[in-house]
Design a protein around this ligand. Structure first.
Ligand code: SF4
Length: 277
């Protein structure tokens, strides 16, 4: 959440899809609820500012989030939705300046976040040469979603996000198949699999389908995850020390932040090594 992100080097098409907390009214720290757990030290209701949020919309404990019991904040990524809602949808007027629009702003933020997440994946798909047969479809989808993000708040609140996710996912799946087809040999399919705590040290998962797999606390040390589709895979507390994630598809910074790793973990060039590794 606020100020947690290192900004990775990335291609220009994704610049607006990276969190810029300096231009956001701390929306993730207000709009979203959280429950006291291993990830959050306290309960907080949706629409209520976190007690750590300062008057300048910065987090008062951003350098100590893990130590203070707020590791959940370090694995959240708004994909740039926060600054879009703050500066574009609501024209730079904060929920403090205009409390009458606060409720609407908080309702729109999760919608925008999902639209930006889809835009992030589409932008990545368009960087994959193997996906050239679907590049036109990807661009059309990208243009359509981008236009939706520029609607006013009332229209944004009416967006059928589930339907858009469904349509976009079909394109992303096709992209994944095209990209992974270039990997020689039989590829493993662990789509949606329960791999919690799995012992996968040194496993050959090159080109594997790990879409939505539960890899919580899995031992993936020195695993080969090159060109694996990792969209939505849950890497919380998974050990990626020495693993090779080069060329993996649809991996996000938030997924990496939730995992463990070390200096030997090889990352896609668009992502940065989490500071706690
Ligand atoms: S601790 Fe509160 S203010 Fe800080 S990042 Fe988390 S939700 Fe935001």
């Amino acid at each position: 959440m606020s100020e947690k992100h290192e900004v990775p080097a990335t291609d220009g098409s994704r610049l607006g899809l990276q969190a810029d907390c300096a231009d956001c009214f701390g929306l993730c720290c207000v709009a979203l609820p959280f429950a006291a757990s291993a990830d959050f030290a306290v309960n907080k209701d949706a629409g209520k500012p976190c007690t750590n949020l300062q008057d300048d919309f910065r987090c008062g404990i951003h350098t100590r989030l893990r130590d203070k019991g707020f590791s959940g904040c370090t694995v959240f990524d708004c994909f740039g939705a926060g600054q879009k809602v703050s500066q574009v949808t609501f024209g730079g007027r904060s929920w403090r300046e205009a409390p009458d629009t606060a409720r609407q702003m908080f309702d729109v933020f999760p919608v925008m976040r999902q639209l930006h997440e889809l835009l992030w994946y589409l932008a990545e798909a368009l960087t994959l040469p193997a996906a050239r047969p679907v590049h036109d479809d990807l661009r059309r989808a990208q243009d359509g979603l981008d236009a939706l993000t520029r609607q006013d708040a009332a229209a944004l609140a009416r967006v059928d996000v589930a339907e858009l996710r469904h349509e976009t996912n079909a394109l992303l799946l096709r992209t994944s198949e095209l990209a992974r087809a270039g990997v020689p040999g039989r590829k493993k399919n662990h789509r949606g699999a329960d791999l919690i705590g799995a012992k996968l040290k040194g496993a050959n998962l090159r080109g594997a389908n790990l879409r939505g797999a539960y890899l919580i606390a899995a031992d993936l040390r020195n695993a080969d995850l090159r060109v694996a589709d990792l969209i939505g895979a849950d890497f919380r507390n998974a050990d990626l020390s020495g693993a090779d994630l080069t060329g993996s598809i649809f991996l996000t910074q938030a997924q990496l932040n939730a995992a463990r790793g070390d200096a030997a973990t090889k990352l896609p060039h668009t992502l940065t090594r989490p500071t706690h590794w």
